[in-house]
Design a protein around this ligand. Structure first.
Ligand code: ADP
Length: 476
C-alpha cells in the first residue's frame, strides 16, 4: 500500500514539475516568437537572428531543466522513501504489534486489577470474619460473666502473681472477703489454709488440692485447679468454693443414726445376755427364774419393736410402702385405738375422754398408716403423763381437713427440744424415756406417714404442764 503511495507522490511531483517547466519554456518561446515576428516585420535581421538564437536557448534550457528536474525528483523520491516513508511503513508494520502489546498490557492490567480486587475481597472477608469472631468471643465472655454472677458456687481466678482476675459475688459472700483480701496469699492465710500458688499448680491432681474449712456457721469445700495458656504453660489458678453445710449436716446425722441404732440394740442385747447367763450359771427358784425370763422377753420385744420401726422408716425412705388409700371414718378409728390402749390407760390410772364432732366427713388415706400414727401419739401421752393424768381427744373438721387433737397434762417438752423431736432417735431425756420403752422413732414415723398421706403434724408443749398434738388429714 505504501509503495503505491510513494509511486503516486513521485508521479504527482514529476507531472507538476514537467508541466511547470514545459509551461515556462512554451511561454518563453511564444513570447520570443512574437518578438521575432515583430523584428521580421521590421526587417531587423540582426535582432531576429538573436531572437532565434534565444528561442533555441530557451528550448535547450527547457530540455536541460526537464532532465535536471527528472533527476531531482528521483533523488527526492528516494530520500522521501528512505527517511519518511520507511519509518512510516515500519510504524504501520509495527502497529499490529503495538496494538497486540497494548492488548497484552491491558490484559495484564485487568489481571492485576482482578488480583487487587481479589486481595481486597479477601481482606474484607478476613476483617468480617475477625469481627464475627470478636463478637463471638465477647458474647461468650458476657455469657461466662453471667454464669459466674448467678452461680451458687464461688469462683476466684488468680494470675501467676496471685492477683485476683475474676471473682463472683458467691465467693465474696461465702469467704466473707473484704476489699483488703485481694491476693491469693492474703485470702488463704486469713482462712488458715496452708497453701501457696506453686503448691496448687504442682499438686493439681492430688487430693490435697481440695480443702474443707469452716467459715462462720458454714462448711465450705475449696477446690484448687490450675489453668493453662495456649502453650500449655500454667497461667493461673482457679479456686472453686462449694457450700457443703447441708452435706456435712446429713453426714453427721447419718453418723449419729448409726451410733444411735448400735446403742439402742446393744442395751437390750447386753441385758438379755446378762440375764440368760445368770439363769444358766446358777440355780434359782421358780419365782426368780420367771422374773429374769420376763426381763429377757421384755428386752427382746423392745428389740423387735426397734427393728420393726427401723424397717418401717426404711420402707418409707425407699418408697416401698404400698399406699392403699380408702375412705374411712376418723372418729371410729380413734375410738378403736383408745380401746386397744385401754390396758395401759388403766395401768396408769389415766382419765381419757374422746369428743367427736358430728359433721366430720370421711377421710381418704392409708388406714393402717393413720392407725399407727394415732397409736404412737396416744401411747406418748399415756407414757409421758404421770399416773392419774387427764388425756382429752378431739376429732373435728376445719377447712378441707379432718383433725385429731390429743391434749395431755403430762411432763411436757422443753422449748429447746420442740423443733428436734421429729428427728430419728431424738428423745428429750434419753435415760428416762428409755426406761419408758421409748426409742425416739415414733414421731418421725408419724411424720413420714402423714407426709405420704398429704397430712401434717404439729406439737405445742410446755414443760411440766402438758402437751398438745394436732394431726390433719385431707378429706378430699
Ligand atoms: P419415743 O418412742 O421415745 O416416744 P417419739 O418419737 O414418739 O419417741 O417421741 C420423741 C420424744 O418426744 C420422746 O422421747 C419424748 O421425750 C417426747 N415426747 C413425745 N410425746 C410427748 C408427750 N406427749 N409428752 C411429753 N413428751 C413427749
Amino acid at each position: 500500500m505504501l509503495k503505491n503511495v510513494q509511486f503516486k507522490i513521485i508521479l504527482l511531483f514529476s507531472i507538476l514539475g514537467i508541466c511547470l517547466i514545459l509551461g515556462m519554456g512554451i511561454l518563453g518561446i511564444v513570447n520570443m516568437k512574437e518578438m521575432l515576428s515583430e523584428q521580421v516585420m521590421a526587417q531587423n535581421v540582426i535582432q531576429a537572428s538573436q531572437i532565434e538564437m534565444q528561442i533555441n536557448n530557451i528550448g535547450m534550457i527547457t530540455i536541460i531543466l526537464l532532465l535536471l528536474y527528472g533527476i531531482a525528483s528521483i533523488i527526492i523520491s528516494l530520500f522521501m522513501s528512505q527517511s519518511i516513508l520507511k519509518p512510516l511503513s515500519k510504524m504501520i508494520k509495527a502497529a499490529p504489534n503495538i496494538i497486540e502489546g497494548e492488548e497484552k498490557q491491558n490484559k495484564k492490567d485487568i489481571k492485576k486489577k482482578k488480583e487487587v480486587d481479589e486481595i481486597t475481597n479477601a481482606f474484607d472477608r478476613i476483617s468480617n470474619e475477625m469481627q464475627e469472631n470478636l463478637n463471638e468471643v465477647q458474647r461468650q465472655k458476657k455469657q461466662i460473666e453471667t454464669i459466674l454472677l448467678h452461680m451458687t458456687d464461688g469462683i476466684i481466678a488468680f494470675n501467676m502473681e496471685g492477683e485476683i482476675t475474676h471473682i463472683n459475688p458467691a465467693a465474696t459472700e461465702m469467704l466473707q472477703l473484704t476489699q483488703n483480701d485481694n491476693s491469693f496469699d492474703k485470702i488463704f492465710k486469713k482462712l488458715h489454709i496452708d497453701i501457696n500458688l506453686e503448691k496448687t499448680i504442682y499438686l493439681e491432681d492430688w487430693t490435697s488440692s481440695e480443702q474443707r474449712i469452716r467459715v462462720g456457721d458454714k462448711y465450705l469445700n475449696i477446690l484448687f485447679a490450675s489453668f493453662k495458656d495456649e502453650k500449655d504453660r500454667p497461667s493461673g489458678v482457679m479456686a472453686v468454693i462449694q457450700d457443703i453445710t447441708e452435706h456435712v449436716k446429713l453426714d453427721n446425722m447419718r453418723k449419729e443414726f448409726v451410733a444411735d441404732v448400735s446403742h439402742e440394740l446393744k442395751t437390750p442385747i447386753t441385758s438379755i445376755m446378762g440375764y440368760a447367763d445368770t439363769l444358766l450359771e446358777g440355780e434359782y427358784d421358780k419365782e426368780t427364774q420367771e422374773r429374769f425370763l420376763k426381763v429377757i422377753a421384755g428386752e427382746a420385744r423392745r428389740m423387735a419393736k426397734l427393728v420393726s420401726d427401723l424397717l418401717t422408716l426404711s420402707r418409707y425412705d425407699n418408697n416401698k410402702v404400698k399406699q392403699e388409700r380408702e375412705k374411712f371414718d376418723l372418729g371410729n378409728l380413734v375410738k378403736r385405738c383408745q380401746e386397744k390402749l385401754q390396758l395401759e390407760i388403766n395401768r396408769k390410772n389415766h382419765h381419757v375422754e374422746c369428743f367427736v364432732t358430728a359433721n366430720v366427713p370421711p377421710v381418704y388415706a392409708n388406714k393402717d398408716g393413720i392407725e399407727r400414727v394415732i397409736l404412737n401419739i396416744l401411747t406418748n401421752s399415756i407414757k409421758y403423763t404421770p399416773e392419774g393424768g387427764i388425756i382429752k381427744i378431739y376429732v373435728g373438721f376445719v377447712y378441707n381437713d379432718a383433725y385429731i387433737k390429743v391434749i395431755d397434762n403430762g411432763i411436757g417438752i422443753p422449748e429447746e427440744d420442740l423443733n428436734r423431736i421429729f428427728e430419728r432417735f431424738y428423745r428429750v431425756d434419753k435415760a428416762r424415756t428409755r426406761e419408758m420403752g421409748g426409742s425416739g422413732l415414733g414421731l418421725s414415723i408419724a411424720k413420714e406417714i402423714l407426709n405420704q398421706n398429704h397430712g401434717s403434724i404439729d406439737i405445742k408443749s410446755e414443760k411440766g404442764k402438758g402437751t398438745e398434738v394436732v394431726i390433719r388429714i385431707p378429706t378430699k
